[in-house]
Design a protein around this ligand. Structure first.
Ligand SMILES: Cc1cc2nc3c(=O)[nH]c(=O)nc-3n(C[C@H](O)[C@H](O)[C@H](O)COP(=O)(O)O)c2cc1C
Length: 168
């Protein structure tokens, strides 16, 4: 483990401010745990490898959703479109049934809950989970992809949702 000298210590507020400037796409990770659909909003999604096809996300160790989702035999990554800020907020809210109406979803042939009307689904088998800092790094082996409504994505920047505006 790298030693952190006092002069290198990072002020948490400044750290958050700086990282909030990094715009990120928004996904909802979904899976079935003991027959119940579970899912959470994440901006930490990334592609990792093409061959083999691997993707990743980071999840907070304190996530109660992850405590269930980690038992899922498969998981889905739902890439959100620009009009789905409400859905993203819903899947980050505690104490609500995230899959109740108006959330529109279905079970795929493997029993993985997938959200309707998103840009795309990335279907995964759990590959590797590593403890790293106060998060887990979760790597998935991609078993399939579905382009659902591949329009403009939902983005998250400085604590707000927004849409992508291409140059030209
Ligand atoms: C835009 C946005 C991005 C988020 N990204 C992540 C993430 O990458 N990893 C994570 O663990 N939580 C992330 N969260 C938080 C979780 O969605 C949320 O805290 C969690 O589902 C609620 O806690 P619970 O899992 O205990 O129910 C994000 C929330 C929002 C609104």
């Amino acid at each position: 483990m790298t030693e952190i000298l006092p002069s290198q210590a990072v002020d948490p507020a400044r750290y958050r401010q700086a990282l909030a400037l990094h715009a990120a796409g928004v996904v909802i990770i979904t899976g079935s745990s003991e027959g119940e659909p579970v899912g959470l909003t994440a901006t930490s999604f990334s592609s990792v490898s093409l061959d083999p096809p691997l993707v990743s996300f980071y999840v907070d160790r304190s996530s109660t959703t992850w405590a269930s989702l980690r038992n899922a035999e498969r998981f889905g990554v739902n890439i959100l479109g620009g009009d789905q800020a409400e859905l993203a907020a819903r899947f980050a809210r505690k104490g609500v049934d995230r899959f109740a109406e108006p959330t529109a979803w279905r079970l795929d042939e493997h029993g993985t809950p997938l959200l309707d009307d998103v840009c795309a689904h990335v279907l995964c088998l759990p590959h590797t989970t590593l403890e790293i800092g106060d998060h887990f790094l979760v790597v998935g082996l991609v078993t399939g992809t579905e382009l659902v409504a591949p329009g403009r994505p939902l983005l998250y920047h400085r604590g707000r949702f927004g849409r992508f505006l291409p140059h030209g």
